[in-house]
Write a protein that binds this ligand. Structure first.
Ligand code: ATP
Ligand code: MG
Length: 629
């Protein structure tokens, strides 16, 4: 592990030299004067004075080499369609959309909000905005009117692009009524709305406001829109965090730093090269989708697969069939998505020819050991856990096979990524903690290229939110707990607000969850601390079983509860044993698949669960309620 350590050290100690070299990976219309301006900490500006463009680097730059090679492969198991766009076709489509947006008055610095399903037109629109120097803000297509209205008001877009609807697990979801309602709720509605009519959900266009995508495309087909070169620090997009812990924050990303960071990560983190195929199952509404469905693979000269569908339809083999068919080298997914597959036989992957596939990356939440083991054994390929945030834009902790092959350690996202000066610090003194000790994962500024530059329209909130919680130091707090072992492997131990205090003992709910997950019958679980008169707080566990029938009657449930408690007691000690275990059919999660612990706690404590606008399935919270009776 010497190489990876040296590489990381180099990136911190010779920061400017390191990134000056990496910056050569992308095209600059005009060179930068300075690699880094951090004269106003904690703000950092990368590649100051350089002029570049994300769309140019993703599309135009690869045209001479890969004009006829697939750039974007769209597969929808929802509407049974597949479309392949070569780089040339991608160029044409992006230009048509750029022309239509330009025609609607969109220019440099203007915002365009995209409320779109997983269709290629959404990708065209993102790239078209970048081409024009406009700032896109993609709002996850499953969000309801209130979420959407909040984001429209915050980003104040000139144009909104949307669709009649999406489809999820075979059920049509009409977007247009949600959009109309959101625009009614808005303080500052946009001037124009462009609707892609997929023929899924009939709607009435609003006269004078709503425009038809297909019609505009026809009008602008064949037009070429010149690149608007922007200064490296000009914003490329605003993306709101998941809202797991509170009001979503509008993460603002720059242009040059982001392009360089992604280009470098394609090689170092993902071990890829131009011409490869990359299959990321995330959604364009999340940061993983921005970085590794759209910009990363395209800037890296790769083919990207855009998938509209779930991992289990038409059956649990669909992801692996797509990887086989399109000869993907890299797959990227989330623990939530693959955990669903664990209920099915590994034959679904073993029967496929996955010889092209080199690795599977997972990010977004803790990857429990049983899931990691199940996957790597079924696939016979390395499964790489990587840790990051909407804020960071690309992995903070990860194995980096493009730098050095290192053995994986189950439960660990391996090592800090080059450029990130990550520390485990004491929450009370702010000092670095030695190996083995648990503390807050913090980053010493400057944040590297590609990480957020500020909160949209609110520099103060940026500093306040992220840089004031570590005592005595102006460090960026990730608000996650972590620990480094003797060999330098990092472990994420849950969020700093997920600590519970049982009779004076501080326990991370994540650790208890990990332990429960090792029980063979458990598919997934959530542990929360619930106020208790006697002990301060007690841990309550909500468990989803692989086979629900196992807890069918009260006796079976009690026996299983005893079993699981024994597992936790053996692994973590009696103090960590949950006071109660309840079996439920599903856990309440955000749309991005993160467990909504604050809502569970509220329900347990008979309080109002608060803002539930980001919840995926409200009935899951009902189940929690019922399980407590
Ligand atoms: P908000 O900040 O609005 O509450 P959020 O933190 O859920 O929302 P994201 O930026 O999507 O929004 O999620 C980042 C968080 O996800 C991390 O801070 C961490 O808690 C968790 N996470 C991501 N990857 C991993 C991983 N590999 N292991 C453990 N936790 C992870
Ligand atoms: Mg967060």
């Amino acid at each position: 592990m010497n190489k990876i350590r040296d590489f990381h050290r180099e990136s911190i100690e010779n920061r400017e030299e390191f990134w000056r070299r990496e910056a050569e990976r992308i095209h600059w219309d005009a060179p930068f004067d300075r690699v880094l301006d951090d004269s106003r900490p904690p703000f950092a500006r990368w590649f100051v004075g350089g002029r570049t463009n994300l769309c140019y680097n993703a599309v135009d730059r690869w045209l001479p080499l890969y004009a006829d090679r697939p750039a974007l492969v769209w597969v929808s198991t929802e509407v049974d369609q597949e479309r392949v766009y070569t780089r040339r076709q991608l160029y044409d489509e992006v230009n048509a959309v750029a022309a239509m947006l330009r025609g609607l008055g969109v220019g440099r610095g203007d915002r365009v909000l995209l409320y779109m399903p997983m269709v290629p037109e959404a990708v065209f629109a993102m790239l078209a905005c970048a081409r024009l120097g406009a700032v896109h803000s993609v709002v996850f297509g499953g969000f309801a009117s209130v979420n959407l209205a909040q984001r429209i008001d915050d980003a104040a877009p000139k144009v909104v692009m949307s669709a009649d609807g999406g489809s999820r697990a075979g059920k049509v979801q009409a977007y247009k009524p949600l959009l109309d309602k959101a625009l009614d709720l808005c303080a500052r509605p946009p001037e124009a709305v462009v609707i892609l009519d997929r023929g899924l959900a009939p709607f009435e266009p609003v006269a004078g406001r709503d425009l038809d995508y297909a019609q505009l495309r026809r009008k602008h087909a064949g037009q070429e829109v010149p690149i608007t070169w922007v200064e490296s620090s000009e914003p490329s997009y605003v993306l709101y965090t998941s809202g797991t812990t509170g009001r979503p924050k509008g993460v603002q990303r720059d242009t040059g730093g982001y392009a360089v960071a992604l280009a470098a990560s394609m090689e170092y983190v993902f071990g890829g090269k131009p011409g490869d195929t990359y299959f990321c199952t995330s959604d364009i509404g999340w940061v993983v989708g921005h970085s590794y469905i759209v910009y990363g693979p395209l800037i890296g000269g790769q083919t990207s697969i855009l998938y509209e569908g779930t991992p289990v339809r038409p059956d649990a083999g669909i992801l692996w069939r797509l990887a086989e068919k399109h000869r993907a080298q890299v797959m990227f997914s989330s623990p939530t998505a693959v955990r669903v597959l664990k209920k099915f036989d590994t034959a679904f992957m073993r029967e496929r020819d996955l010889s092209s596939l080199e690795r599977l990356f997972l990010a977004g939440e803790p990857l429990d050991e049983p899931t990691a083991r199940w996957l790597s054994e079924g696939l016979g390929k390395p499964v790489i856990d990587n840790y990051w945030q909407t804020e960071s834009g690309w992995p903070i902790l990860s194995a980096q096979p493009g730098v050095e092959h290192t053995p994986a350690r189950l439960g660990s996202p391996s090592f800090p990524t080059y450029g990130y000066d990550v520390r485990v610090v004491s929450e009370t003194t702010g000092e670095d903690l030695p190996a083995g000790q648990k503390g807050v994962v913090a980053i010493v500024p400057p944040l590297p290229p590609g990480a957020m530059s500020t909160i949209w329209g609110d520099d103060r909130r940026f500093v306040q939110t992220y840089f004031t919680s570590i005592p005595g130091r102006q460090y960026y707090s990730t608000f996650d707990w972590g620990r480094v072992d003797e060999d330098g492997y990092w472990f994420i131990l849950g969020r700093t607000d997920d600590v519970i205090n049982v009779a004076g003992h501080r326990l991370g709910t994540r650790e208890i969850e990990e332990s429960i997950s090792t029980h063979a019958g458990v598919a997934e679980c959530a542990v929360v601390g619930v106020a208790d008169e006697l002990k301060g707080q007690v841990a309550t566990a909500f468990v989803v079983l692989k086979q629900a029938a196992q807890a069918q009657d009260a006796d079976a449930a009690r026996a299983l509860e005893g079993d699981i408690m024994r597992v936790v007691e053996q692994q973590l000690g009696a103090v960590a044993r949950p006071a109660r275990i309840r079996f439920v059919g599903a856990l309440p999660k955000t749309r991005s698949g993160k467990v909504l612990r604050r809502a569970i706690v509220a329900v347990c404590e008979k309080r109002d669960p608060g803002d539930l606008t980001t919840i995926e399935d409200p009935t899951a919270l009902e189940q929690i309620k019922e399980s407590l009776q």
